[in-house]
Design a protein around this ligand. Sequence first.
Ligand code: BGC
Length: 467
Amino acid sequence: MGFVQEMRTNGNGLLWRASAVAAIGGLLFGYDTGVVSGAILYIQKDLHANSTEQEWIIAVLLLGAMLGAIISGWTADRFSRKWTKVVSGSVYVIGAIGCALSFSVPMLMGFRFLLGLAVGAASFVSPLYISEVAPPKARGGLVSFNQLAVTSGILLSYLVDFAFQNVPGTWRWMLGLAAIPGLALAIGMLTVPHTPRWLVQRGRNDEARGVLERLRSNDDDADVDGELQEIEDVSKQEKNTRLRDLLSRTVRPLLLIGVALAAFQQLVGVNTVIYYAPTILKSTGLTNNGSVAQTVFVGVTNVVFTVLAVLLVDRVGRRPLLLTGTAGLTVALALLGLYFLVPAVQHGAPWLALVALLLFMASFAIGLGPVFWLMISEIFPIGIKSKAMSVSTVVNWLANFVVAGTFLTVTHAITQQGTFFLYTGIGVVAFLFFARKVPETANRSLEDIQEELTGDRGERQEARQSA
Ligand code: BGC
């Protein structure tokens, strides 16, 4: 059964609300990373920012996100997923208002860094929270809902940039408006429950049962006792995990998968492609109506194909989407390389760049985009889950920072086509790695997945049988 049908039959208001509120964190992640591309033109004029300062106004958010991901890996366990999200919503509000009121470059950088902390936290605590309230059959769609919020946030930021370009205050509105969803996130999270898994981890099993009963109230087939028992069993074994357990024999292979997905998601150059889309599109001669309109085109493709991923991910599984998507974006990168390599193609077949660009965006949106965040919310054992997700997320932001920071240098060194061929090579390696190492996790309980991946399924089954 697909995600929509599953949610229609067995979902309920609380499950929808909890997932939607958590996904506001994703919306802000997309908005705050996307908005600055349009705003920077006006910031540059207003605050007299030179080009190095402009680069740092953009990049400092990525550094903040790394730190935010580290801190929230700890707070999500210690103070709960819920409270981490309440705080990150509040930080979003302070960061947005602070940015909007900034009167100097250092002040703006400071508040962008603060925003980064919230972005880093939200980027993985949102999928973490949703994966822990979702029923197995709809988990892929619900968690990918967060990626849909990310892509919608990016698109929204382009539209806001477009709408406010002639309004007095321009960039201050563009950056400041994010305070509204920030507030909705902070307040909204106060109205939804803790996740059953976090409650069990803290020994609050009765509360966990209450939450599970409320989340599954419409699902006639739901086995709340069984679900709770499974969480308790796994939680008992994982109780005292420490940071160094990330490198234990059982967790290490999983961490490798998480970290590889994280790095590859960025190393195929998604954000430089998004960033350079207007330049590439302009050179095709197909659209020349201003770069914002063209960027919106790419943003829409990203959203539309993420919707498709949400609808398909529980039906066809994670692996087919990941592999098809990675193959598609690798072909697209090769086409882009070819486009820049052969001048005759640029003149004779300008549409090729457009086709390649859309193929890239669509393939990313259906595969690596959502599947990375989904997978890292599914493969790790509960006791080490938030720490392992945090590490994977830090790697993702680090790779994002490295790709953004090296793109221009690399293109100068090995040309534009060389850079796209480099990304193509990375795409090939990513495909081979995913094909060999990434497991299928659709339609299984988180506990079942982890039992298989850590290799102790047999032991646990024996223990259950003899009990
Ligand atoms: C990635 C971002 C990217 C976005 C694009 C996310 O999953 O982590 O770096 O900008 O997708 O849709």
